[in-house]
Design a protein around this ligand. Structure first.
Ligand code: COA
Length: 363
């Protein structure tokens, strides 16, 4: 092989550390094209993410967020990316991070995923990261065996479930609205911002902690602590990126307790798709129809006030029986599957070092 060709091949196999906040736009454009191509593989009917939207996310990450990105390039395209991010002020789970590894289908099984992951883990271990969480999808065949190769521990199975309004069970929506316990609970709406009132904010924080009761399978992480500061920061981030959201809270009339909630979000670049985020009911207020009421009332409002939306998507653990019961009754159907994994970085690095640094892998 000619020296230039060997050098070019070596270059193309060497992960490069990229700082999205400072990298030239031309380089980030290649990342943008890579991610939109991957997105189209699983969401062929969804619009691509516009360049301006993605660039803003890359240039202006959320406050208190650390990000590390490695990419492998070939001339004018990205062949693979491994990235990790974590909160630098996370007191509950101070040693973990989320990671994503993705290789272009044209370049699978050539060691790119291993090299990228090796580079990423070598970078972030000294930064105090010990545990990683990641996801794979069955329609990307390499994910599961790759996670197993890394020695990852199975966490749980999940689905994105989707409700097409054209297929909605209107009778169930109506039924949930009619049997709503309105004499015991009243609804409060928060549209894209939280109030300044500290007492209300603290009640919202206590209410969001309900999400710690959602199933987490065999994933090992400590309960999340929601604080007024985190809520304010999330709201600011959403505003900065034009991410709209509505939160509907069920307040117990007698005690003033925030007993349950549901929240949805929406971006004008994807006008027909609403995301259904968390829905939770305090364990001591379950069994009164609050969950179904909150979801039905949110759907009713979306239909009325966001007429461009024709579908809602939500993520649920497959083991979350009560939530799935409501969602399936409304007409949500499985849309995408996901497996969540937990990675011990020390252990995976040993495996990766043995693989990537072996003589067979060096040219
Ligand atoms: C997972 C992914 C990044 C792997 O990239 P890759 O460059 O093909 O991976 P590598 O060539 O480094 O493979 C490393 C090992 O993983 C395993 N593996 C990867 N793909 C596999 C497949 N399709 N079937 C069986 N084993 C596979 C093998 O053990 C392989 O080692 P080997 O080739 O020496 O047998 C790629 O399939 C992908 O982009 N998938 C979609 C995103 C995803 O699921 N990411 C995983 C997050 S952990």
């Amino acid at each position: 092989m000619a020296r230039e060709a060997v050098l070019a091949m070596l270059m193309s196999m060497t992960p490069q550390l990229v700082d999205p906040q400072t990298a030239p736009e031309a380089e980030l454009w290649l990342h943008h094209e890579f991610w939109n191509a991957r997105r189209a593989e699983v969401l062929p009917d969804d619009p691509p993410i516009p360049w301006e939207e993605r660039l803003k996310w890359m240039r202006e990450p959320a406050e208190h967020t650390a990000i590390r990105v490695f990419a492998i390039y070939d001339q004018q395209q990205v062949l693979g990316i491994a990235s990790a991010d974590w909160r630098t002020n996370d007191t509950e789970n101070p040693d973990f991070a989320w990671c994503e590894v993705m290789v272009a289908p044209s370049h699978l099984r050539r060691g790119l995923g291993s090299r990228l992951t090796h580079a990423l883990f070598e970078e972030i271990l000294p930064l105090g990261r010990k545990k990683m969480f990641t996801q794979t999808m069955s329609n990307r065949a390499g994910g599961k065996p790759f996670a197993e190769m890394l020695g990852a521990k199975f966490g749980q199975e999940e689905h994105t479930n989707q409700l097409l309004f054209s297929e909605m069970n209107r009778a169930y929506v109506q039924h949930s609205l009619e049997k709503a316990p309105t004499s015991e609970y009243e609804l409060l709406w928060f549209d894209g911002e939280y109030p300044d009132d500290e007492e209300v904010l603290q009640k919202l924080c206590d209410m969001f902690a309900i999400m710690n009761t959602a199933p987490r399978g065999d994933l090992e992480f400590n309960d999340w602590k929601v604080t007024p500061e985190k809520l304010r920061q999330e709201a600011l981030e959403a505003k900065k990126h034009n991410q709209e959201w509505w939160l509907c809270v069920a307040k117990h009339r007698q005690t003033g307790h925030f007993a349950g909630f549901t929240e949805t979000g929406w971006h004008h670049n994807r006008p027909n798709i609403a995301g259904q985020y968390g829905t939770g009911v305090d364990p001591s207020h379950r069994g009164h129809g609050l969950g179904a009421w909150l979801k039905a009332v949110m759907i009713e409002r979306i239909l009325r006030d966001r007429p461009s939306v024709d579908r809602i998507r939500t993520g649920n653990a497959d083991s979350n029986v009560p939530m799935l019961k409501i969602n399936h009754s409304l007409g949500f159907k499985p849309f995408l599957d996901r497996t969540e994994w937990q990675i011990d970085i020390h252990k995976s690095l040993e495996i990766l070092r043995a693989k990537v640094l072996s003589p067979a892998w060096s040219v």
